[in-house]
Ligand binder design. Structure first.
Ligand code: PAF
Length: 211
């Protein structure tokens, strides 16, 4: 659909109203969940989503439950105006940017844990991380009800956790992995690359070369 009128919603009710209007018009809907601080990698997810659906929703939500207390939740880069402008440029239809209280209302006490695939690798280093991711992604999928949801293969274990939870919980969505976007020297694009010192940034492409 080409009548792109980019909009921002902040509540589940507004999100559902818009998605249901699109559905009634026969549109297929894609969701691209993000934590903002968007770069070309995220925009490639939106482009892939556009190739698979008539309407694309991107969510920007820095999810507190996937950060351990000593991690970078407070420092995580946030710039909604810039994110919105980039999303509008690549043809995203709707930005869903809920406040924390909309996602986790007072008394919230449910956690989604995915045994097995969440446990090794990153799960060892960050023991509470994947439960936070699984919980928020389950909520985003239930709030939006997309036909397809796109996640980067850069976070390959996360992608497997999400595929598992969607299958196990019978969430009617196609979970699609998108190829990793890389800088010219091979470094995978990531919002957290902004934390690298010049020396670390210079050394980092060694990882891609080794792979
Ligand atoms: O990959 C991310 O940006 C996040 O982990 C996600 C999937 C948006 C959940 O907060």
């Amino acid at each position: 659909m080409s009548d792109n009128l980019f909009a921002v919603v902040r509540t589940v009710a507004d999100l559902r109203r818009q998605v249901s209007a699109w559905r009634q018009a026969g549109a297929r809907v894609a969701l691209v969940p993000t934590m903002g601080a968007l770069h070309d990698g995220h925009l490639s997810l939106v482009n892939l989503a556009r190739s698979k659906a008539d309407r694309v929703v991107a969510s920007v939500f820095v999810n507190p439950t996937q950060f351990a207390p000593h991690e970078d939740f407070d420092a995580y880069p946030r710039d909604e105006a810039r994110d919105g402008a980039l999303l509008a440029e690549v043809g995203c239809d709707l930005l869903y940017a809920p406040p924390v209280a909309e996602m986790y209302a007072a008394g919230f006490s449910t956690t989604v844990t995915v045994a097995g695939v969440s446990e090794p690798l990153d799960g060892q280093a960050r023991p509470t991380h994947f439960a936070g991711v699984a919980t928020v992604v389950t909520k985003l999928l239930l709030q939006c009800g997309p036909d397809v949801a796109v996640f980067g293969e850069k976070d390959y274990q996360q992608l497997q956790v999400i595929k598992r939870l969607a299958a196990d919980l019978d969430i009617p969505v196609e979970v699609v992995g998108a190829p990793t976007a890389r800088a010219a020297d091979g470094l995978a694009l990531s919002s957290r690359n902004a934390y690298l010192t010049p020396a670390e940034r210079q050394a980092a492409p060694a990882l891609a070369r080794a792979l």
